[in-house]
Design a protein around this ligand. Sequence first.
Ligand SMILES: N[C@@H](CCC(=O)N[C@@H](CS)C(=O)NCC(=O)O)C(=O)O
Length: 190
Amino acid sequence: MRITKTLWNKASAARLLLYKRDASPPSNAVRVLGAMLGLQFDFEEPDLLQMEHRTPEYRKINPMATIPVLKDGDFTLAESHAINLYLLSKYGGEQKEVLYPSDLKTRAVIDQCLFFDAGMLFRRLLEVSQPAFIGKIDSASSTHIRNIEEGYGIVETYLESSPYVAGDRLTLADISLGCTVAGLEGINIQ
Ligand SMILES: N[C@@H](CCC(=O)N[C@@H](CS)C(=O)NCC(=O)O)C(=O)O
């Protein structure tokens, strides 16, 4: 049998374990990169409605009490953007230079997009999806909608000057922002 990196994660026989949910944009960003790199994950799916991510046991794994979380052997890492940077650095091979080029300014613009996603765009999605998920609200408020539209406007502005958010090629920034935008598309704004 031909052993490829889809069967064995390159340079390591350790299985990758990902704590995720299917409807979670940051979890999906990790899965998209994993698929692009041919990585295999085992999955754990904490039930967020049952607050399984707020238990003392889960907080030992991730004090932030969020998904995704990656376990690579005995190494544990939370925060999708940090996880993707780690996975790309460790398993990316030739994709490293493609998805996160070493050119200082190109990389800085990608970082700008990753921080924008973590600090602004995804937060704005969470402001609606989190209370909706636990039944506190049944529709987005005008403030939610205004904030989301402003976030979309920023993405659109980036895309006015280049085909991808951080330049001429698809990078880590498109993976994270693309998954957040896909999540925003799921919000029923009327
Ligand atoms: N910036 C974090 C955001 C993680 C996050 O907030 N994930 C959500 C699910 S999509 C979560 O764990 N929510 C649980 C909670 O906030 O209680 C990342 O990119 O990993």
